[in-house]
Structures are given as structure tokens and as C-alpha cells.
Design a protein around this ligand. Structure first.
Ligand SMILES: Nc1ncnc2c1ncn2[C@@H]1O[C@H](COP(=O)(O)OP(=O)(O)OP(=O)(O)O)[C@@H](O)[C@H]1O
Length: 270
């Protein structure tokens, strides 16, 4: 079992993003260590999604750097990052609705290649079979771990929202990630489903050393699951610490937790 070490796996240093006159991120620093589950919270418009976009390579920042294992990856594409073990889920589901639940997980592993190239794929060549078998076995194991084995043969589009969210997670971990960015993974889940989600995430971090960062509006869920919480407000890190430190921080209470303020005007550039 791995425990968090002091060397960051993923680091954001001085990240800045502007949208016209709006400073969505303003000098944000964040470090994720292997085996840790970190929560990212903050009011609407605080910059959480923008930070996820920068970390996953969907958006290039105006300033600052993103480092993976100490190497600058700021200009690397999302595909490059995915190939190097970074995975992300989105607020809006991105499943293949017309594929079965199990096939969604097999497809998630296909980028490794199946031996023999396109011709072998089209002809169903025997060379593909061991790869296919290994992927089906991995898919079955992940579906079991996520409590989805009963719906393995269902079309993804037919799943109720909580199970579809769980499938998003299953797909993100089908090929074991080193860094996992989860955008509102528990939204639409029942209490039982979000407990199952928590235990999958905990196991992934503890047993596989994956570094997990999750954005979630359900603050109790975050405080229960994460050992560290970062609070963003108006594009800056307002506070950071253990759940109890963050809860007790008067600035956090004022900006977010205590008042329930969720729609504040964005930060303007000077
Ligand atoms: N594409 C865009 N164009 C212009 N402004 C944007 C764009 N994306 C985000 N913003 C602005 O940047 C700021 C940060 O937005 P962001 O979506 O990152 O916040 P958030 O914390 O994820 O909010 P929420 O909790 O509502 O998802 C907000 O003021 C938002 O209006």
C-alpha cells in the first residue's frame, strides 16, 4: 500500500488565465502527491473548471506552468497527458451511449493498440484475441469494483444518472491512471452510490498510488473523502489544509461555507 510522499506528481505553479477583462485564475499554486485525495472547492465562478482545463491541457494558461514528475508539460496536449497517465472526467457526461457499459471500458483501453493495426481490427484477426481478452478481463474487474457488473450488458445511454456517473469513473480508471481529475463526480448520485464512489477513489489512491483531485459542490462529501482541501475564490487560492482546518478558517466561512454565497461577480483585471 502506498502512502502520500512529499514529491509532487502534478504541480501547478503560478497559473493565470484571463477571459477578456475577467481574471479566472490569478497565480494559482497547487501540488498533488501520489496516493493523495485532494478536494477543490469554491463558489460558482471561483475558477475550478478553468483550473481543471489547464491541468488537463484543454486550455493553455496565460501565465505559470504545469509540471508532471517535475517536467514542464504546460504546452503538452490533452492526448499526450492522457497517454502519460492523466485522466479527467467532465461535469457533462462523455460516455459512448450506443455502446454497452462493458464496451465503454474496453474502448477506454484501445489506445494501446491491438496488434496488427487497422486491417487486423477490421478482419478480426486472431492476433487481436489475447489483447481483447485481457481488456475484457480488466473491464470486468473494474465493473465489479465499481458495482456495475449487473449492468455490464446495458447500453450506456440507458443508465440512470448516478450509474452513468459511476461508469464515467470506471472508464477513467479502466487503464490505471497516475493522476485523476474528477469534475463533480457525485452529482446526481444517491447516498449509496456516492459512498461506493468514495470507496473506489480511496482504494485507487491507497493501493495504486494515484493522485486524485476532485471538484465537488457537495462540501460534506468532499470533507469526508479528502485528506486535503484547497479552496479557490475569485481565481486565487483562499485556503488550503485538512478538512477541519478549512472548515475552521474564517475566510472560508465568510467567502463560501458560512454564507452560502455562490454567485459573486468575477474578478476584474486592473
Ligand atoms: N470561456 C469563457 N469565456 C469567458 N469567461 C469565462 C469562460 N470560462 C469561464 N469564464 C469565467 O471565468 C471565471 C471562472 O469560471 P469557472 O467556470 O472556472 O469557475 P468554477 O469555479 O468552475 O464555477 P462553477 O462552480 O460554476 O462551475 C468565471 O467568472 C467565469 O464566468
Amino acid at each position: 500500500m502506498s502512502t502520500p510522499t512529499s514529491t509532487p506528481l502534478l504541480r501547478a505553479a503560478g497559473i493565470g488565465v484571463r477571459f477578456g477583462g475577467v481574471r479566472a485564475l490569478d497565480g494559482v499554486d497547487l501540488a498533488l502527491r501520489p496516493g493523495e485525495v485532494c478536494g477543490l472547492i469554491g463558489p460558482n465562478g471561483a475558477g475550478k473548471t478553468t483550473l481543471f482545463d489547464v491541468l488537463s491541457g484543454v486550455r493553455r494558461p496565460d501565465g505559470g506552468r504545469v509540471l508532471l514528475d517535475g517536467t514542464d508539460i504546460t504546452r503538452r496536449s490533452p492526448v499526450w497527458r492522457a497517454r502519460h497517465g492523466m485522466r479527467r472526467t467532465f461535469q457533462r457526461q462523455q460516455l459512448f451511449g450506443q455502446l454497452t457499459v462493458a464496451d465503454n471500458l474496453v474502448v477506454a483501453q484501445e489506445w494501446h493498440g491491438g496488434g496488427g493495426g487497422l486491417a487486423a481490427d477490421l478482419l478480426g484477426a486472431p492476433i487481436r484475441r489475447p489483447y481483447e481478452r485481457a481488456r475484457r478481463e480488466r473491464a470486468a474487474a473494474v465493473l465489479r469494483a465499481c458495482g456495475l457488473e449487473a449492468v455490464a450488458g446495458s447500453y450506456a445511454a440507458a443508465l440512470p444518472v448516478g450509474r452513468a456517473r459511476m461508469l464515467e469513473l470506471a472508464r477513467a480508471v479502466a487503464d490505471p491512471p497516475r493522476v485523476l481529475l474528477l469534475d463533480e463526480p457525485a452529482s446526481g448520485m444517491t447516498a449509496e452510490e456516492s459512498r461506493a464512489l468514495s470507496s473506489v477513489v480511496r482504494r485507487l489512491a491507497a493501493e495504486e498510488g494515484c493522485a486524485v483531485l476532485l471538484v465537488e459542490h457537495d462540501v460534506s462529501f468532499v470533507m469526508e473523502l479528502c485528506e486535503r482541501v484547497v479552496v479557490l475564490d475569485l481565481g486565487r487560492v483562499l485556503a488550503e489544509g485538512t478538512p477541519s482546518e478549512v472548515r475552521a478558517d474564517p475566510r472560508v466561512r465568510e467567502a463560501y461555507l458560512g454564507t452560502g454565497v455562490v454567485n459573486r461577480p468575477p474578478a476584474q483585471t486592473s
